[in-house]
Write a protein that binds this ligand. Structure first.
Ligand code: ATP
Ligand code: MG
Ligand code: FE
Length: 341
């Protein structure tokens, strides 16, 4: 089985060719950091236009890297949401056009399912069910992954996502964009216990997350002029790690049949986060699985792989399927959130 994966939901344009037996035949990616840097964050219109320009050459490049033609592909998997709607539409419409032209099935992939299943691309031994900490730029959730398309959300953030907190902290510290890797780098030279910062929701009964108060506390710490950027970065990162660890431990107490603790999404690229979670998994006698760094942040290999998992399960989509700016992995949990969680 050969799947062409397409990703364009935020500020990475990507195309990849993935086989059903986990070979990554090609993966190409074009970032847009330079285009967004002057604005200190992703500008949706700039992103959408950049996707339009970058996507077809990336697809042609990936096909050429893999030495295959579109005719050899079994299905085309494109991110259909959630994300910036203009960008999502570029990838999805391109996927639909290629599927129609080549007479191939389309698989509309939830970007979060791409992150969620990405650890299984590089770890064939990772079996369902597993507890997933999904920590990215737009999401911070704990999910019990019971199978392809079967996600039970145990917790979410009540305000900001963890990646968003990294990005805002980087901005406050003048470390530039994108923020996560810059904060991690600065933190290496700082004292993680120099600045007293809160651990929102730590110790609370439900395993939910909150990062807005932490961000405000970082802002106040910057304003005092009392600490170096390195000390603030290290202390902020430590506070995030403490919160992630405490909340994940609470969820593990409820995920009795999980076979592994898994982390995915952009923040999973952070070494301090990975190390802390690995320790927690050991404490619970569980395997710890994290994708390689390049597979944590947005890419098309994870979309191709989610497509492969869905295709193997007989799941394809009609060509008139709509792009979705919001698309929860667990619709039941979203209904609960509407009620105030
Ligand atoms: P979502 O997947 O929720 O739609 P997204 O696609 O924008 O959001 P990802 O690409 O998965 O998010 O992750 C990007 C986020 O990860 C950014 O907020 C970035 O700052 C953060 N990030 C990337 N690398 C690191 C790192 N080394 N340490 C901490 N955070 C990081
Ligand atoms: Mg990005
Ligand atoms: Fe993402």
């Amino acid at each position: 089985m050969l799947i062409l994966g397409l990703e364009s939901s935020c500020d990475e344009t990507a195309a990849a060719l993935i086989t059903g037996d986990r070979q990554i035949l090609a993966h190409r990616l074009a970032g847009q950091e330079a285009a967004h840097r002057p604005f200190g964050g992703v500008v949706p219109e700039i992103a959408a236009r950049a996707h339009v320009e970058a996507l077809m050459p990336l697809i042609e490049g990936a096909l050429s890297d893999a030495g295959v033609s579109l005719g050899a592909v079994d299905a085309i998997a494109a991110t259909a949401g959630p994300g910036l709607i203009g960008g999502v539409m570029v990838g999805l419409v391109t996927g639909k056009a290629l599927a129609h032209a080549a007479g191939k099935p389309l698989i509309a992939v939830n970007h979060l399912e791409g992150h969620a299943l990405s650890p299984r691309l590089t770890d064939p031994a990772l079996a369902f069910p597993f507890l997933l900490l999904l920590v990215s730029g737009g999401h911070c959730q704990l999910l019990l992954v019971e199978g392809v398309g079967a996600y039970r959300r145990l917790a979410t953030t009540i305000d900001d996502a963890a990646g968003e907190a990294f990005d805002k902290t980087a901005k406050l510290l003048g470390l530039g964009f994108p923020g996560g890797p810059a904060v991690e780098q600065a933190a290496l030279a700082g004292n993680p216990y120099a600045v007293p910062l809160p651990r929102p929701l730590k110790g609370s009964a439900e395993p939910h997350f909150s990062f807005a108060g932490l961000k405000s506390a970082v802002s106040r710490a910057v304003d005092t002029g009392q600490w170096s950027a390195e000390d603030i970065a290290a202390s902020f990162q430590q506070a995030v790690v403490d919160c992630l660890l405490d909340r994940t431990a609470r969820a593990l107490d409820r995920a009795g049949d999980a076979t592994a603790l898994v982390v995915a999404g952009g923040v999973a690229a952070n070494q301090a986060v990975r190390a802390a979670l690995e320790g927690l998994a050991t404490q619970y006698g569980l395997r710890f699985v994290a994708p390689p760094l390049w597979l944590c942040t947005d890419n098309a290999a994870m979309i191709g792989w989610a497509g492969a998992e869905r295709f193997a399960a007989g799941l394809t989509d009609p060509l008139d399927i709509a792009a979705r700016p919001r698309w929860p992995l667990d619709p039941d949990a979203e209904a609960v959130r509407g009620a105030g969680v």
